[in-house]
Design a protein around this ligand. Structure first.
Ligand SMILES: *Cc1c(COP(=O)(O)O)cnc(C)c1O
Length: 523
């Protein structure tokens, strides 16, 4: 074929067959046999891997794993799900970090419940997008019911609303966005003519405790606030915000003409599981009408706890609350929400697009979640919580969370009684922050090195995974207990392993002449 002197290839029989052939991979009524086979095969692989997982981690290094993954030719498909799963076994499943394992004790990753996994399979297949009614229908209403349910557990009134998000960081960002807009509106309303936005922005401040999550500072940066916009107030010995220090900062801001756009209280700090004194903080916020945001990314599990709900008393006085179901409701990533006491506050995230949610859909009372979200296309993550509540119920989730909180208390007592270790504070939730204390030479450099080494050696052995953190400049170890299957015997075993690694490290150090104790001449 020729067109203006150029040769044009007719659509060859080859490309036509290729497209036809590729269509067998589409999920639809014609391919259900393949869908069933493929999914069942995938489930078998995972089940098989879980059955054979003896350690939470293989201990592989990124240097060893990277070539396996870069060596795969992505332009040459295997054309067979079973072969692709065989390959996946080598590059992922064999060496993944397994949160269901009782000796995974590191970060805020929970084992997940089966009803949520079932929901995950359903929601990806149907693939609803929760931005608009016309892409989800019932999904939109189910998400709304769950937001209302959560708001009810928080103790908010009928005006409450919210939105599912990708995680606590996004929830915190959105909360602070809403708070910023409210603060700017409030400041502008008080003055004629209203000051320009760019004049007000540098005066905005957020107050949070020194144990608050880093996403607060990160959000402030994304929201265009000054680098020093987040005022960090000290915590008490239990790592809870000191209300007196908050009061002093509020007073200082007032004197200096700074605009406090939000006070962030943390209900469950990431390291210490400490819950800021919510009633006292709410009291201070209410005095000047300040926005109170409660970051309950971790502590939200208490909303369903049969015995500890009172630890969250005061949360109902917040303007906004972050809840991470993927932290303490045993939900797979992602499952999270931002809940606000007054749904009208969400309007600061509302924009209209002719193709998606024209303003007339509001008049027609068609529910559009995109009006409340920072995202547009959005997963139906809410279905996981829905099936969890419908199959096992909230009390069962709360009972699981209670169990890990009890276990952390027991682990804390074990550590207090163990002279090899030092503990920072008793957690209100399920973390334990501690460190190994060298018996001979207790200076901080030696202790830091021993704890850093012990954590890495333990991870490399794959026997257990624990976290590390810094407290007052010193290196500590951290257990985050979220697995009810983790028994006290597991904890005893991990402590022995940690102490063993630390002792070996100290012995090597001193025999190599690095230890301070060998440098020091006996007096
Ligand atoms: C984990 C955590 C976050 C962040 O949540 P992601 O879901 O990881 O984005 C925020 N705040 C606290 C207190 C957390 O523990």
């Amino acid at each position: 074929m020729s067109f203006q002197g150029h040769t044009i290839e007719a659509p060859s029989a080859r490309t036509a067959t290729a497209a036809e052939d590729a269509r067998k991979h589409l999920f639809n009524n014609l391919t259900l046999a393949d869908y069933r086979r493929s999914m069942a095969g995938g489930i078998e692989r995972v089940a098989d891997r879980i059955a054979r997982t003896e350690r939470p981690f293989s201990g592989i290094s990124p240097q060893r794993l990277a070539p396996e993954i870069s060596g795969i030719d992505l332009d040459h498909p295997l054309n067979d799900p079973a072969a692709a799963l065989d390959e996946l076994e080598e590059v992922y499943l064999r060496d993944a970090v397994y949160f269901h394992h009782p000796r995974y004790l590191a970060h805020l990753n929970c084992p997940v419940v089966i009803p949520a996994l079932l929901a995950e399979a359903v929601l990806t297949a149907v693939n609803s997008s929760l931005d608009t009614w016309d892409q989800s229908a019932g999904g939109t209403l189910i998400e709304r019911r769950l937001v209302d349910w959560t708001a009810g557990r928080i103790g908010f009134g009928v005006d409450a609303d919210g939105i599912f998000t990708s995680g606590g960081s996004q929830s915190n960002l959105q909360a602070l966005l809403l708070a910023r807009e409210e603060a700017l509106a409030r400041a502008a309303a008080g003055t004629v003519p209203p000051p320009a936005r760019h004049e007000l922005l540098p005066r905005l401040r957020v107050i949070a405790s020194e144990a608050s999550h880093f996403s607060v500072k990160k959000s402030a940066k994304m929201l265009g606030l000054d680098m020093d916009a987040v005022i960090v107030v000290p915590t008490d010995r239990s790592r809870r915000m000191r209300p007196a220090a908050l009061a002093a900062e509020l007073e200082r801001c007032r004197r200096q003409g700074l605009l406090v756009m939000a006070v962030v209280a943390t209900a469950g700090t990431t390291d210490f599981g400490s819950i800021d004194p919510l009633p006292a903080i709410a009291e201070l916020c209410e005095r000047d009408g300040n926005w109170l945001h409660v970051d309950a990314a971790y502590g939200c599990g208490l909303l369903v706890s049969p015995t500890r709900r009172q630890l969250l008393d005061g949360v109902e006085r917040a303007h906004s609350v972050t809840v991470d179901y993927h932290k303490s409701f045993f939900q797979p990533v992602s499952s999270s929400a931002l809940v606000v006491s007054d749904g009208a506050l969400l309007r600061h995230a509302t924009y209209y697009a002719d193709y998606l949610n024209p303003a007339r859909t509001v008049e027609q009372r068609i529910p559009n979640q995109v009006d409340k979200s920072l995202q547009t296309t959005r997963r139906f993550d809410a279905l996981k919580l829905w099936l969890t509540l419908r199959v096992m119920g909230a009390d069962a989730v709360g009972a699981l969370f209670d169990e890990v909180v009890d276990r952390a208390a027991a682990a804390h007592d074990l550590l207090v009684a163990d002279p090899r270790f030092e503990v920072v504070t008793r957690s209100q939730l399920s973390t334990v922050v501690f460190r190994y204390l060298p018996q001979a030479d207790r200076d901080d450099t030696t202790a830091d090195a021993a704890n850093l080494y012990a954590r890495e050696a333990l991870a490399a052995s794959g026997e257990a995974v624990v976290a590390g953190t810094k407290v007052d400049g010193k290196h500590y170890l951290k257990f985050t207990l979220l697995n009810p299957e983790t028994g006290l015997a597991d904890i005893v075993q991990v402590l022995d392993l940690l102490a063993g690694h630390a002792e070996r490290h100290l012995a090597e150090r001193s025999s190599a002449g690095h230890g301070r104790s060998t440098d020091r001449s006996p007096s």
